[in-house]
Write a protein that binds this ligand. Sequence first.
Ligand SMILES: C[S@@+](CC[C@H](N)C(=O)[O-])C[C@H]1O[C@@H](n2cnc3c(N)ncnc32)[C@H](O)[C@@H]1O
Length: 216
Amino acid sequence: MADFDKFYGEDTNSFYYPEPSSVLEKYIGLVSGKNLEALDLGCGDGRNAIFAAKKKFHVLCYDLSQNAIEKIDKLAQKENLKIIATVEDVKKLAFEDNKFDLIIASTILDHLDRKDSLTLILNIKRWLRMNGFVYIGVFTVDDPAYKNKHGLLLDIEKKLISETGDFIRTFFQKNELRELFSDFKEIFYYEGMKEDLSHGNPHFHGLARIFCQKIC
Ligand SMILES: C[S@@+](CC[C@H](N)C(=O)[O-])C[C@H]1O[C@@H](n2cnc3c(N)ncnc32)[C@H](O)[C@@H]1O
């Protein structure tokens, strides 16, 4: 994980992804109640954790990158945000069942081996309280990094790959994320290609995003 650490450490005054995930931004208002608790898994340098904290959530967030967690800590102190950011492997986390009102897993399940990714999904389902919400984003088999791994890209198309494309371990199949959450109430689902101008050279991702609610 030292490689992501390098990206987050390059410019300590700017953020790797400057904006929160747009789907989270649009639907976070659905999460209601008092003393709301959120969990951000593989939080990076905190775009979503910081956004949730500014929406008055108490946030726990975890990432392997020391640089990323230090950045979040610095900002949380400066802006007096309720975020506890910790350097930890998401595979080692343990919480009581029904704890969180909101769980965020933005481009982390695809950075784990498939077995670990599926185990984390089961944990997410347990850690969420009834009627709690989850936001998940993953890269799919449409991603240029997947196609390149399988020799399906022309040389001229290789500039479409993210500079962190090599870190992706599990590319989700078409509709897979949606099916994995078919026991939840779907609020939003999108699957397709998207341009990414937030870091490195302009590139594309094949992605799936879901915002859904625990109902059983
Ligand atoms: C593509 S970035 C996404 C960051 C953030 N969620 C966002 O959307 O901006 C993937 C992140 O997962 C982290 N990561 C990868 N494997 C991890 C693991 N096993 N435990 C914790 N964090 C991990 C990396 O350090 C990196 O910050």
